[in-house]
Design a binder for this molecule. Structure first.
Ligand SMILES: *Cc1c(COP(=O)(O)O)cnc(C)c1O
Length: 230
C-alpha cells in the first residue's frame, strides 16, 4: 500500500498558502472553505488529508462517497456531493451527505428534501448554475436561479446556502474569469433581494485563485491536492 501522507500533507499546506495569497491580493479576509475533492482517490489518501487537518471532502459519485465515508468512519468530517445529481440517487445523497452542491432542478430539490431524515439536520444545499450556457452542462439558467432558490428554501429537509458553478474552460486556456464575475454578480443580486446565501462555490485546481479574486467563498480542489485520479 502506498503511503500518501507526506505528499498530501505537503500539498495541502501549499494550497492553503495559495488560498491565503489570493485572498491577500483580493484584499479580503473572509473565510474560504477548501473542499478536498476525493473522487477516484483511495480512502488512504482521504485519511492522509484528514490526518493533516482537512475536514471537508467532496465526492461526485454517491456510492463511492458513501463507501469512503464508512471506511474512514470519523465523525469530524463533512461530506459534500458536488456533481450533477441523478434523481435515482437522491435518497442515498440525502441520507449520507452533509451538503448537496448540484441542485439544478425542481425534481431534485423536492426529492432530496423529502428524503432527508427528520432526525438529521437539514441537508445544506447549493443551486448549480449553468453560467457558461453550455447545452450539455447541468445547472439552472442564470435567470431561473432565483425561482429555484425559492423552491429549495421551501423544502423542510433542505437549507439553502448558496450557488455553485463549473464554468466551461475558455478556448484560450485562460481561467473563466468572466463567468466567475457573472456568478459573483448573480450571487450579490440574490443576496440584495434578501436570499440568505453565504456560499459561492467556484474554482478548481486550475483556476481557484482566479475564483477567489472574483469572490468565491468555497473552492473545490482535487488533483492539485491528491495527484492524478486513478
Ligand atoms: C472533479 C471536480 C472538482 C475538482 O477538480 P480538480 O481539477 O481535480 O481540482 C471540482 N468540482 C467538481 C464539480 C468536480 O467534479
Amino acid at each position: 500500500m502506498t503511503d500518501h501522507s507526506p505528499a498530501v500533507a505537503e500539498r495541502l499546506h501549499s494550497i492553503h498558502e495559495r488560498i491565503a495569497a489570493a485572498q491577500r491580493r483580493a484584499g479580503s479576509d473572509a473565510p474560504i472553505t477548501l473542499i478536498a475533492v476525493s473522487k477516484k482517490q483511495p480512502a488512504a489518501a482521504v485519511r492522509a488529508a484528514a490526518d493533516a487537518g482537512q475536514r471537508v471532502f467532496g465526492e461526485n459519485y454517491a456510492q463511492e462517497g458513501i463507501a469512503k465515508r464508512r471506511e474512514l468512519d470519523r465523525d469530524d468530517l463533512l461530506w459534500h456531493h458536488i456533481g450533477p445529481i441523478q434523481s435515482n440517487k437522491c435518497a442515498d445523497i440525502a441520507a449520507h451527505f452533509d451538503w448537496a452542491q448540484g441542485v439544478d432542478r425542481e425534481k431534485i430539490a423536492r426529492r432530496l428534501g423529502a428524503a432527508r431524515g427528520e432526525a438529521q439536520p437539514p441537508l445544506q444545499a447549493c443551486v448549480q448554475v449553468n453560467i457558461s450556457g453550455e447545452a450539455s452542462k447541468s445547472g439552472v439558467a442564470p435567470d431561473a436561479t432565483e425561482a429555484l432558490c425559492a423552491l429549495v428554501a421551501e423544502q423542510p429537509g433542505l437549507q439553502l446556502r448558496g450557488l455553485m458553478a463549473i464554468p466551461a474552460p475558455p478556448a484560450d486556456g485562460q481561467p473563466p474569469q468572466a463567468d466567475f464575475e457573472r456568478m459573483r454578480a448573480l450571487f450579490d443580486r440574490l443576496r440584495a433581494a434578501g436570499w440568505p446565501l453565504d456560499t459561492l462555490s467556484m474554482g478548481m485546481s486550475a483556476d481557484f485563485e482566479t475564483a477567489i479574486a472574483c469572490g468565491a467563498t468555497m473552492v473545490r480542489v482535487g488533483s492539485s491536492l491528491f495527484g492524478a485520479r486513478t
